[in-house]
Each structure stands twice: as C-alpha cells, then as structure tokens.
Design a protein around this ligand. Sequence first.
Ligand code: TTP
Ligand code: MG
Length: 602
Amino acid sequence: MTLHPSAATLGEEARETSAWGLLKRVSRDLSRYRVQVALVALSIVAYTLTGIATPYTLGIIIDNYILKGNLPGLATMSLIYLLLLLGQWASMTANTYYIQTVGQLYLRDLRNKIFSKLQRLSMKFFTSRRIGDLVSATINDTSTLNDVLVSGILSVLGHLLSLVGVVAIMIYINPVMTAVALANVPLLIFIARTYGRRLKEAHRVVRKKVAESTMLVEESIAGISTIKAFGMDERVLRIFNTVSNETSRAFVGVAKLMGLFWPFMDLTVTLSVILVLAFGGYLVSVGAASIGVVVAFIQYVNRLARPITQFVNMYDSLQAALAAAERIYAVLDSEEVEREGIGAVELKNLRGEIELKNVTFSYVPGRPVLKNVNIHVRPGEVVAVVGSTGAGKTTLVNLIMRFYDPDEGQVLIDGIDVKKVKLGSLRRAVSYVPQETYLFPGTIMDNIKLGKPGASDEEVIAVCKELGIHEFIERMPDGYMTDAGEMGKKLSTGEKQLIAIARAMLRDPAVVILDEALSSIDVVTEAMLRGAMKKLMEGRTGIIIAHRLSTAKDCDRIIVIEDGEVIEEGTHDELMNARSRYHELYKNMTRTITTALLNPPK
Ligand code: TTP
Ligand code: MG
C-alpha cells in the first residue's frame, strides 16, 4: 500500500529551520484582517484583566467585608464581583467568536488562493503529485492550519498574557507564597513535555492511517471497474478492513494518552493547591497573610494550569500545523512553468504553421521521451502522426499546446516560439481533442458550449449539423439536453469524442489537433467520426494522431514516430512503396481488424 509521504515525513527536516519563517508568513497573511485581529486582542486583554481581578476581589471581599462584618459594603462588592465574572464570561465568548472569525476568513482566502494556484500550475506539477495530496492540501491542510496556527496561536497568545498577568499579580500580593505556588510548575512542564512527545507520535500515526484509508477509498472508487473486472472486491475489502482497524486503534491510542494526561495534570494542580493551603495556612496563623490572600491564591493556581497545559497541547499540534503550512506553501510557491514572457504576443490571423525544431523532451530527467524531433506542418496541411503505443505522440501534442516546455529545441507557431505567445491566444487558436476526452457533468449542449463560452444553442446546432452529428445527438434520450453524467460516464468513448470534436469545431480554430480515441468503435460511429473529422479539418491545419490507418491514409502526409524519434515521413503511397515501418504498422493494423472481423465478440 502506497502512502502519502507528505503527512508523515515530508518536510520533517526542513521544518526545523523554516518554522519561524512559516510562522512569520502566516502572521503576515493574518495582518489582512486587522479589525478582527484587533477585536481578538481586545477580548484577550479584557479576559486577562477580569481573570486577574476576580480572585483579587474575592480576597478583598473575604478580608475586608466578610471577616469585618461590613454588610452594606459586602452587597456592593458582591455586585462588582458578579460584574467581573460576567465580564470574564463575555470576553471569553467574544474571544472564541472573533478567533473563529479570523480563522475562517483566513481559511477562505487560503483555500481560494490554493485553488486558483492549482489552475495556473504547469502540467509537470500535476504529474509529479498525487491527486490525494493536492486534495488534502486544499481541504485538510488548510483546516489543520486554521485550527492550530491561527485559532491555536491566537488563543495561546491569550493564555500567555493571562499567565504573565496572574504571575505578576501573585508576586505583587505575596512573593514568597508565589514561590510556593509555583514550586510545582517544573513537574507540570515535565509531565506535559513527556506526554507531548508521545502524543505527537500518536497523532502522527493517526494522520498516517487516516491518509491511508482516504487514499484507499479514492483509489478504489477511481478504479472500480478494474476492481470488479478482476474480482478484486474481496481483497480490496480486506485491505480496507485492516487499514480501518489500524485507524481506529490509532485513534484509541491517542485517546488513551489524553485520558491519562488530564487526570495527571489535575493531580499536579491539586498538589499545588495543597501546598498553597498548607503554607498559606501557616502564614495566616502567624499573621503574615490573610485568609482572603490564601483563597485568591488557590484561584490563581487553578488559573495557571490551563495556560500551561494549553502550551503543551499546542506543542504537537503545532508540529502538524507547521507540516501542513509547509505543504500549502509548497503548492503556493510552485513555479508556474506556463508563464508567458514579458511582451508575449497575441496570436492573430493565424496561418496555422507548426514547427518543432530539434526538440528533446523528458518527463523524468535523463529519460528522454522525444529525441531531437523535427516536424514541419505547413498552413492548411493535415498531417497524421502514427507510431506504436508509448512512442511519444501525445507528448508531441503536450509540447505544442505548451502543457510542457521542451528541454531543448523550440516549438514554433507561425514562426513564433510558443514561449513568446500569450497562452490564452495559443489555446484559442489551437483546438485540441484529447485522447481521453473529459466531459463535465451537465448536458451535451453545455459540454459543447465549453468550446466557446457565450455561444448560442443555434450556433451549437449549426456546428453539429455541419459535422453531420446532429441526428446522432437528436436520437439521444433528451437530444442536446441529454445528461453526460459525471466525467461523461453515460456516453461511450466514441460518442464522447464526437462531442469533443463539436466542442473543438465551435471555436473555429486555425489549427486542430486530434488524438484519436484508441478504442474500437462500431462501423457507424467510425464513419460518423471520420466524416466529422474531415469536416473539422477543412481549411485548417490539422495534426491527427491516428490509431486507425483509415484515418492516416486520408491525410496529406504521414509522420511515423518510434521511440521518441521521427523515423519516416511521406504520403501513404510513398510509405507503402518503401516497405517501411509504416507498412509494417499498416499490415499489423489490417491484421488486427481482420482478426476482429473473423472473431466477432460473442
Ligand atoms: P505518450 O506520448 O503518451 O505515448 P503515445 O501517445 O505515443 O502512446 P499511445 O499510442 O498509447 O497514446 O508517452 C510516451 C512516453 O512518455 C511513455 O513512456 C509514457 C511517458 N509519459 C509520461 O511519463 N508522462 C506523461 O504525462 C505522458 C503523457 C507520457
Ligand atoms: Mg497517446
């Protein structure tokens, strides 16, 4: 079972050095919500002040009013005490509310930033990442970051302030008793740290297991047809059960640690209270302190425990948050290879000439997929590219569309390097019908219209009529309004490609690139596809990656690619006469078709 490395290991080393940088970056992002942050700060100050004042007031009430029998004053003081408690309650509520507000604003902006970045990133980025990781970066990591870095840090800042405030007032009231009250703090920190480390590890396991099961669900849904076809359902189920068990065990592991942690902390705090009581009691008996002071101190000691445990609690989640921040910023900082240079030109009135000059390209460094390829397609010419599977045909298109940039050499359109062309204009000028067509959920009409946003229904119908596929679409259950289903699942490969051709044609492009669908389609659809393709190519430059020789035969010129190199080019007749590789491919394809005809599927 593969596992996303990011959750656990990625950036584990880098984090140490960059933690501070990441924190700074998060705070810089937060400075955009100044008003809300100011409200958080205000509520923190109010919380701290009321938190300091309540025990102090209680002390005064006991010493100066109860013990002295000052009843009218006691009523007033009780009212003040009540107001202080209400103030504390209100400031805490406001604090929670504004922290959430800041957090959610931050989260919203971050999510949008990542999403828009994902749209702009180069294809290279996507081939080197797992989809699960990216989804996780957009959804899970952002909320981890919010929970811990934003909300967490804001509330820890609040706790820190109240910690300082409480210690300060304690020292002010009675320095010696403060020393006694704080005697236990090292123990508190020790417990917290020990548990912090264990908790961190337990949380890491939980994250790992959760990621694993998420991925398993993703992969098994994406590959459901393969799973069913190979009867792997049982096995997948078993793997899932195992991972599922491990996940719940990991969660229980965390719960166990937490369950031990809090009682331990309580015990330590109680110990402090006992120390204060004992020492305070002694001071009272020798007249060095008042009962009110002792009561106030007991309250203060109780207030210390929370901020300290919060810090500890923060410790391990901070690690997770930093890892999340690192992954998020890694996405945000990834290079957009598809940038246009300054002064990029707009393609206008394209003649439709395409040229690849000494192009070498590799997806993985050191393993070239295209080697010194030279191809020249003249305006208005229709060229077929053939070659065995994996030869590099689709890669060729990837470079022309500038999904990738070549390692060496140039790709020129009308004599201009595509790197110097405005990307939008390149992709408007060149219509590409990919090998695997993607249809978006929606109607057939909507899917065709994607080719030219703002096109009218009439335009779409006109194009389909011209392509000769109007009747075919009309015959579908709801005609143009037929639902294509998620990813076009409700249509066959051939049907999908027909829709994609209509989509490309609607753009009225100067250049058309078509990666023929490999799947065998029935004779009627094939004839329709061929007709549509011919129409689509009329008066345009065309590059067809042909998997059927009937298609290749019709083209002006045929280029044969093998193993990333152009090995032959010429017309069908020229290549056939030369007894070439093309001839060989042709023979094989005919044979396959013959075999298929002789052995029709049962
Ligand atoms: P392709 O260019 O996809 O091969 P092809 O289009 O000629 O094959 P087919 O007829 O089956 O459509 O791939 C060439 C090599 O490049 C192949 O070894 C796979 C590799 N490759 C990647 O590593 N990453 C990619 O994104 C693509 C498209 C291909
Ligand atoms: Mg291909």
